[in-house]
Design a protein. Structure first.
Length: 254
């Protein structure tokens, strides 16, 4: 029989290199991504983001303002976590109203005690809100009578041009330069038993407030203030008689 032709040898396919498998992503870390040096879990999802931290700072500032009739000092705002530059931007934009240097109205809350509270922050611990402004804090005098004073035109002093908001402040010690929005009185004789706190604002006691106001207000307004103090139960005839004896010789005390 004739021989069969030889079948040519079929070359074998080259062996494919083994493809390395990707590491298994741990359960619960679906956001894990490869980084240089290996796999790293994402940042703590409970850590506050920038916006969350900003909201927390603003909430803290608003809480300070709520306790202080809508105002806060620079030191208090910075203590809440706001930076000095951010505070400056908010003041320049009007978001925080500058009432005195270093004292701001930080929220929408504004009451008849906002300006006295701001004045107390502006002058510090060695002073009290006094005179007509203290009568306002005690609740005996409207803000229109207690805080608004006429300002003369410098070019023509006899001409009254406008009315400005101004708070009375008595210093127990130290010295302060005149400041816009404040009427500063020297009160070296103000003793500890003549100082109290009303609505969080340091003021003289009711009797001392009446004595100081008598030197400043006209007779008609002063009668209204005394009547309001008596209605509130802050003073009575005996207390007023004792005050006349103690403070005799002062302006407004007969």
């Amino acid at each position: 029989m004739p021989t069969m032709p030889t079948v040519p040898t079929v070359p074998t396919m080259p062996t494919m290199p083994t493809v390395p498998t990707m590491p298994t992503v741990p359960t619960g870390h679906a956001d894990v991504t490869p980084r240089e040096g290996g796999l790293h879990p994402p940042a703590n999802p409970d850590a506050p983001t920038g916006s969350t931290a900003s909201r927390a700072i603003e909430v803290a500032i608003q809480e300070v303002g709520r306790r202080q009739h809508g105002v806060a000092s620079r030191a208090q705002v910075l203590a809440c976590g706001l930076t000095s530059s951010a505070l400056g931007r908010r003041a320049r934009s009007g978001r925080y109203e500058t009432i005195f240097r270093g004292v701001y109205r930080v929220g929408p809350l504004a009451t008849h005690l906002t300006h006295p509270a701001a004045a107390a922050l502006a002058v510090g611990p060695n002073a009290v809100i006094s005179h007509a402004s203290a009568a306002l804090v005690h609740g005996w005098l409207p803000a229109a009578d207690a805080l608004h004073v006429e300002r003369a035109d410098r070019a023509s002093p006899r001409r009254r041009v406008d009315r400005v908001v101004c708070a009375d402040v008595t210093l127990s010690r130290g010295h302060r330069r005149p400041r816009s929005g404040l009427r500063i009185h020297r009160g070296g004789s103000l003793s500890p038993d003549e100082v109290t706190t009303v609505a969080g604002i340091p003021v003289p006691t009711p009797v001392r407030t009446l004595v100081d106001a008598a030197a400043q207000l006209d007779a008609f307004t002063m009668e209204r203030v005394v009547a309001a103090a008596r209605r509130a139960g802050a003073v009575d005839r005996a207390v007023l008689a004792a005050a006349r004896s103690r403070y005799r010789g002062r302006a407004g005390i007969d």
